[in-house]
Every structure is written in C-alpha cells, then in structure tokens.
Design a protein around this ligand. Sequence first.
Ligand code: FES
Ligand code: FE
Length: 461
Amino acid sequence: NNNPVLSDGTRITDLVDLEHREVKMRTLSDPELYNLEMKKIFARTWVFLGHETEIPNKGDFIVRDMGSDSVIIARSGDGQIHVSLNVCPHRGMKISTLEGGNASIHLCIYHGWAFKPNGDFVGAPVEKECMHGKTRTKAELGLRKARVALYGGLIFATWNIDGPSFDEFLGDAKWYFDTLWCRTLAGMEVLGPPQRFVVRANWKTAAEQSASDGFHTLTLHRWLGEVGPYAKKPDGEGKGGDLTPEMYGAEVWTEHGHTMRCIELDRKIRRLTGKDPSTLTPEEKLTLLPPPGITKEMVPELLSRFSDEQLQLMSSNPPQVGNFFPNGLFEFIYLPQPDGTVLGAMALHAYVPKGPDKLEFVNWILAEKDTPPEIKAKMLRQSIQLLGTSGMVEQDDSDTWPHQTIVSKGAMSQDITLKYQALYETGKPEGWPGPGNVGAGFTKDDTQWQWWLYWHDLMTA
Ligand code: FES
Ligand code: FE
C-alpha cells in the first residue's frame, strides 16, 4: 500500500502538508506509524550500525539494532564484515544475548544450532535425527543476511538486497562526506566503545534535528555563549558571547535526506591568526587551522587526496554537523581553547528506535588513527564534556525530545503542525565548489524539511 491508512482513517499524505511545509504532531508518537516506519524505512534504506575498529579481529562481533531488528555484526576468518539477523531460524530464539565478544561459531542456546560469523549454518546436535529432515538443505538454514557497505570504516547495512548501492544512497552527499570520513589512508578509529543511553522520546525528534538544525543553538544551548567556549570573546562581528555569527554559513541538502551545515572558517582564521583569509591558499588555511583531528603534519596528505574544489570546501566552508538519513548524526567541531588554540571533537550518533516513545542514543567518539595520542586524549575528553551521555550540549537536546514526544499525544496537540517555512530561496552561492542543493546565510529550515520529504517519500513508496 503506497499511502497506508491508519486505523482512524488518516493517510500518510494527510500528515504532511507539502504546500505549507508542515507535519502533524501525532507523527512524533503514533504507534501504528512507528510500525510502518520500521518496515518502510529501517527495513529498506541503508542503516548505520557501527565502526569496523569496534571488531578488529577475526571472530569479533557486536550486537546492534537495525530498526526494530537485532543483528549480529561479525568479522569472519577472511576479515570480511557480515551483518545477520540475530534470530535463530529453528524456533526463533535470539542467538546472541550479549552486546559483543569473540566467537568462531555462534551457538543458539535453545537447541544448539550453530552458525558461522557470516551467518551460514554449520550444524546441530544429533543432526542426523533431529535436523533439517527431508525438506530443507543446509544452505537454506543460515541466518538472514543483510547487504553490507563499509564507508570510511563506518558499517552500514540494508535488507533491501537488490536496492540502490550505498554510493547511490549517498548521492551528491558523498562528495562532501569524503572530506570528513575518508581524509587519510590509515582511516579512523573509535576511541573506546560507544556511550549508550535511553531517551524517552520518538526517534524522529532527534533525527530531524540532526538534519542540520542550527537555529535551536541560539536558545537551547545559549549557555555556550553565556558561560561556555564562546563567552566574552569579541570577534568583530558580534558582541562577545553572541552565538549568532556562528549560525551563518551554508547548508547543503541532497536527495535521500542527507544534509549538512558548513561553517564560515574565514572568520575564525581572521580572529585566531590576524591574517586576511582572502590572501591565503587552501594549503595555508588548512595549516593555520587544520580540521578537527588533523595536525599540521597531516595536511600534506589532505592535499594529495582531495581535488582543488574539495580543498576549497575543507579550508573555507567545512561541514561541521550533518546527518546520514535516517537516524545518524555527525559532528566535526572546531573548539576554541582558553590558550587561543583550536581543538577538535569528532562524534557520530545513532538514534536507535526502541518504540514509539523511546530511543537509544548511541555516541561514538572518533579520531584518525594517525592523530597523535596526546591529541586523541584531549579530543576524547572534550567530546565527553560536550556531547552524548555526559556532555553539556546534548543534555539540552535530550531534555527537549521527550517533551515533544509527550505533548504530541494530546487530543488537541496531535493536530498542531511542526513548521518548516524558513527557506533559502537564493540558489547555490557564487563560486560554491560542490554539488547538491546549497543555501547560504543564517541557518534555515530547508535541511530538516528535506529530511521530512524523504521520510514522506519512503512512507508512501
Ligand atoms: Fe535455535 Fe532451536 S531455536 S536451535
Ligand atoms: Fe543541539
């Protein structure tokens, strides 16, 4: 059904007002809609699950949720990564009840069917008498396998075996995302296991905010300007502590609901170095103010790996925050330090649905493998202080999403609409180096609206 009807007669198309760019509040907590999302979105698109450095050795595995399904993500003897449904095909027992570990064989604790890390069926106790009998071959008794893509060490999977490739799914966003995730030959690593905590909120409250909502920073995170890293630092463009200048830049949206917010680095370069950025080459800018996790010594590698246009982006308008549709968020944050230097924090979140009004916030902290250990340690500390479970910034966000979820259930509130009318109508800025749709200026609603449009496309597909 390409326009499903909820039990009260409401259709998906009744929930999204395409003309006025509004979405009905009940979308944030309706249980029937939630079940449809698990099938039409999480069982169809590519879903981010983890990082390959979480399972570096043969036999290593982690257990994660891919939408409403538990999956085993395992590295087989040949080094490949596999994603299999964590459900025994015999009588439906959950095979691994751990969060991770190392196993050359995954044994179901109910009757003892055994599976390889790649999901293939190995055998069962007293197999001759008690196993597949006359109607199934061994090859038919393996775990349900997802299609896997590795991108810059990130593990994505989909149940849509014949659907678009991961590169097609990323589309024009790949040109930008490569400058974040594929910066060095050695690649990135996780700095420890991810933080995980439950928020009593619908996954979409977090996911649509992740589609590059900068506007909320001025109010919800205003402490950043009052007592935080942006307090009382006159920058020539606004009074000290005013976060407004930070919210200018360019926002990019591409098909399939991926978005990012690119910051204006020239202002930071001028403030930190006193130099006129218009007289500097990308190499000089990247050396003066390297991206988060990159040292001056690593800049030559960037120059050798990226096109002139990508280097222009990285040195003038790097993406600082953005999303992988449906439920991933990334942050590559430049953090001014008291001594005048700038440190970076790099994090990736998944907002894993756990029911119509519950999500698990999973927070990975990352660094390039080549980043010196003392800088990695500082990045880890800064990320923990700012982001995720213990972080001051995202505690603000995690408090907001449950309130939205709760009020969306009210008899009157259900029909109130979420509004996305602040739109760029400028087209791509002059001289912009990259593809996709771009709007320059103060942060607006386009990127979150595009997130909802792709949600609408999939829910009515
Ligand atoms: Fe797994 Fe029977 S349910 S072996
Ligand atoms: Fe926030």
